[in-house]
Design a protein around this ligand. Structure first.
Ligand SMILES: C[S@@+](CC[C@H](N)C(=O)[O-])C[C@H]1O[C@@H](n2cnc3c(N)ncnc32)[C@H](O)[C@@H]1O
Ligand SMILES: Nc1nc2[nH]cc(C(=O)O)c2c(=O)[nH]1
Ligand code: SF4
Ligand SMILES: [Mg+2]
Length: 209
């Protein structure tokens, strides 16, 4: 990448854009709500079950002017979900400032592994064992969404719930490939521990992006 472009990416004025799509938020608190998704490339958290591994290498996704991203996004929806990859790999300040100036609601899907930048109406924190969230994102998260791949993830979920603020809504979401095995265990766990709620990847059942 040319140094001049790399500098703009480092400032968050251009971002490696993987894909954008208008769909229904499938997961968590806002599931069922129409939203425009912006998927930013780049992640080195390395979840072995990640369902968007194509996002990891930022160099495969074209550095794109954030003004272009915003001009396009605002024509689709008042609710914008920024996801990735790991969006907090980059400085989200410039992008979210421009989206906010258009009066849009901005949500983030994040592992919280890197410095929290940007202005957010809703933060969905999905912590990962390999790279734990920063203290600031635990304080600011609106929902905690822990992926349940095996039984140890129930222990991990409780440890993460102790770190978040008291208003944070708690979700357990089955890892997709293990859903047949883990859904019954999650159902049982949530009935015994009703501070938790179940989240499913409903877009995958609806066959939408
Ligand atoms: C692809 S990630 C991108 C955003 C950010 N890197 C993160 O992990 O939160 C979007 C959401 O999908 C979840 N996810 C990824 N792979 C999954 C899978 N195989 N099954 C269930 N949820 C998954 C993540 O935990 C996260 O909540
Ligand atoms: N419909 C839909 N809902 C989602 N919620 C979180 C997603 C993500 O990949 O971040 C996602 C996604 O990829 N599609
Ligand atoms: S942090 Fe998110 S994007 Fe990165 S590997 Fe894990 S699930 Fe995938
Ligand atoms: Mg997804």
């Amino acid at each position: 990448m040319k140094k001049s472009i790399q500098d703009l990416v480092d400032k968050g004025v251009m971002l490696p854009l993987m894909e954008e799509f208008y769909t229904i938020q499938g997961e968590g608190f806002h599931k069922g709500t129409a939203a425009y998704f912006i998927r930013i490339g780049g992640c080195d958290v390395g979840c072995h079950w990640c369902d968007v591994k194509e996002s990891w290498n930022a160099n495969l996704h074209p550095p794109t002017d954030i003004s272009k991203i915003v001009e396009n996004a605002k024509t689709y929806s008042n609710t914008i979900v920024i996801t990735g990859g790991e969006p907090l790999t980059w400085d989200m300040g410039p992008l979210t400032t421009q989206l906010k100036a258009e009066g849009l609601q901005i949500h983030i899907e994040t592992s919280g592994a890197y410095k929290l930048t940007g202005i957010w109406d809703w933060i969905c924190l999905s912590p990962k064992k390999m790279k734990l969230p920063t203290p600031e994102v635990y304080e600011k998260a609106h929902e905690l969404k822990v992926i349940i791949f095996n039984r140890d993830d129930f222990r991990f979920a409780e440890a993460q719930a102790e770190q978040v603020n008291g208003d944070c809504i708690l979700y357990m979401q089955p890892e997709w490939s293990k859903r047949d095995k883990m859904i019954p265990e999650i159902v049982d766990y949530v009935m015994k521990n009703p501070k938790w709620k179940v989240s499913l990847q409903t877009h995958k059942y609806l066959n939408i992006p």
